[in-house]
Design a protein around this ligand. Structure first.
Ligand code: CP
Ligand code: NVA
Length: 298
């Protein structure tokens, strides 16, 4: 019997593994018939355990699970006994007796690691404070769709060294593309790059120069609500706007995982411009997550 696998980080995959998931997502998006089991999740239940708010991740997973023939059970963390302190290792083993996989959105990354350790079913990371692998997989898919070579592209990250920035670093480490992150002092990513193709700078112009992709995210992530004012001051110079885009490659693509704060990390003009891929990014969560589910459960 094959050991169960989890999707906690893009580093759980090889370069070939990521490319295969993206290729499968493309087939699923096109609805190519005869390219795999039509309903790989038929008769199966996937738990959705969420401790933080979500629009895209929750809905795209629930729809994707349904489209693959399965059933999703949404659990708000505070409505199940975990919210009253039931140990993770107990909950993981109990939920494994009912469910076929579990999708988890929480704060500490160690929580998903602990769940994955004790669960006998695949655990999928739907965002932690450290990583957001499903999002960056969708981002990479979106860039492939517009014709970029995701192994050789030149990408920039502007803003907070948060879970999204960390995940971009893991993607660049696995795939080998060039990534320059511009973050203010004190807000560097916590994931340390292992490859030479990843660089850190304080200078957003340096990061944006000739970039084919510019990605950003909110200045204060979920769980940092108390720091909003302080962060607004620190990040004031870290905005993706048309002046910054002018320094990038002529056909630069702009990404934002959403939700966005227009006028803070990104201008309304850039969000609504023809360089913005944000709506395709959001849609593509559905297709890549179906590929992940099929890979883990098919
Ligand atoms: N981008 C993303 O994960 O969005 P949600 O928080 O709405 O799920
Ligand atoms: N960095 C953001 C991403 C939201 C999808 C957060 O963690 O709130």
């Amino acid at each position: 019997m094959r050991a169960k696998r989890d999707c906690l980080s893009l580093t759980d995959y090889s370069r070939e593994g990521i490319l295969a998931l993206l290729a499968r997502a493309a087939e699923l998006k096109k609805g190519i018939p005869g390219t795999g089991p039509a309903m790989p999740l038929e008769g199966r239940c996937v738990g959705m355990l969420f401790e933080k708010s979500s629009t895209r991740t929750r809905v795209s997973f629930e729809v994707g699970i349904r489209q693959l023939g399965g059933h999703a059970i949404f659990m708000n963390w505070n409505d199940v006994q975990l919210g009253r302190g039931e140990p993770l290792r107990d909950s993981a083993r109990v939920l494994s007796r009912y469910l076929d996989a579990i999708v988890v959105r929480t704060y500490g990354h160690s929580v998903v690691e602990e769940l994955a350790r004790w669960a006998t079913i695949p655990v999928i990371n739907a965002l932690t404070d450290l990583l957001h692998p499903c999002q960056v997989l969708g981002d990479l898919f979106t860039l492939q769709e517009v014709g970029l070579d995701i192994a050789t592209m030149s990408a920039a990250w502007i803003g907070d060294g948060n879970n999204m920035a960390n995940t971009w670093i893991t993607a660049a480490d696995v795939l080998g593309f060039r990534l320059t992150l511009a973050c203010p002092e004190g807000y560097d990513p916590s994931v340390k790059p292992i490859s030479k193709n990843v660089r850190l700078t304080r200078d957003i112009k340096e990061a944006a120069k000739d970039a084919e992709v510019i990605s950003t995210d909110v200045w204060a992530s979920m769980g940092q609500e108390d720091e909003v004012e302080e962060r607004r001051a620190v990040f004031a110079g870290y905005q993706v706007n048309s002046e910054l885009l002018a320094l990038a490659a002529p056909n630069v693509w702009v990404l934002h995982c959403l939700p966005a704060h227009r006028g803070e990390e990104i201008t309304d003009e850039v969000m609504e411009s023809d360089r913005s891929l944000v709506w395709d990014q959001a849609e593509n969560r559905l297709h890549v997550q179906k590929a992940i589910l099929e890979d883990l459960l098919g």
